[in-house]
Design a protein around this ligand. Sequence first.
Ligand code: FES
Length: 337
Amino acid sequence: MHRVTLVDTDICFQQDETHDTLLRAGLSQGIGLPYECNSGGCGSCKFELLEGELEELWPDAPALTARDRKKGRKLACQCRALSDLVIRMRTDESCVPVHAPARQQAVLEARRDITPDIVEFRLRTESPAHFQPGQYAMLTLPGTSAPRAYSMSNLANDNGIWEFWIRRKPDGAISPALFDSFHPGDTLALDGPYGLAVLNTGSPRDVVCIAGGSGISPVLSIARGLLRSPELADRALHFFLGARTRADICGLDELAALPGFDTRVTTYIALSDASPDEGWEGATGFIHELVAKELGPRLAEHECYLAGPPPMVQATTRMLMLDHKVPQEQVHFDRFF
Ligand code: FES
């Protein structure tokens, strides 16, 4: 058991499992440590080591710059204490987890093809599935070395059901094992929930959801949370989906099944790689361009949620915050790069 003290604060926590990272240990004890990806990519969890010894799980993590390394900065999501530590790290009330992450075994109940390369994996845990719309879990398959972050597409429930829409990445670290060798009845380790890009139930604004590729999973969860929340019953939803081709369009049936779909939801689709023989007469190009065209100056009146591949997230956040001056606190996304 190692004690981690945050200098200049009265905060300390224990790392009592050798396989916990500092980030996980802090969050599981209710400390509001800032983070986004939990995977070494975003840099939100940087801290300075002042005293003690630690192990870096991924010393070359891309979130650390040469300057960071020179200044002795580390990533809380990639470090484990080997002794008591004193660190300098900011905390934030908004990062205090509503549901502390928990590790459990999950069994695959079913899988369902959504598009040619997106599959829904429906997992069940013995404990209730407690999470907020927009959050993710870290999944570790037997025989693979590192957990991977995947977002839930469903809503919290007492039946222990966790649904993930996952896109196959032929060269991904876990994707081939997940798609080719993970069958109903098999189990994996699920650790979660994580993520701060969650549905803001306290906002009076209408909502814009923007999904690209497998970013559909958390955005669908946000839409479900919005349309099923009685306290948000007067909020309209603009749902934007960016896909490559007609075959990649997904999530519309699930949206149409939600209460209030006919009166509160407007859907928009843009295809980036539609070929002429698809007969597509809708919008083409990138999804952030369609969002700007449809809502433009009205965007700043909305709560905006987005998820997708890094280039899509970068282009969309730039469009929202720079071109249309949407305040940062109204733009919700977790950076996985
Ligand atoms: Fe640690 Fe993103 S949360 S690098």
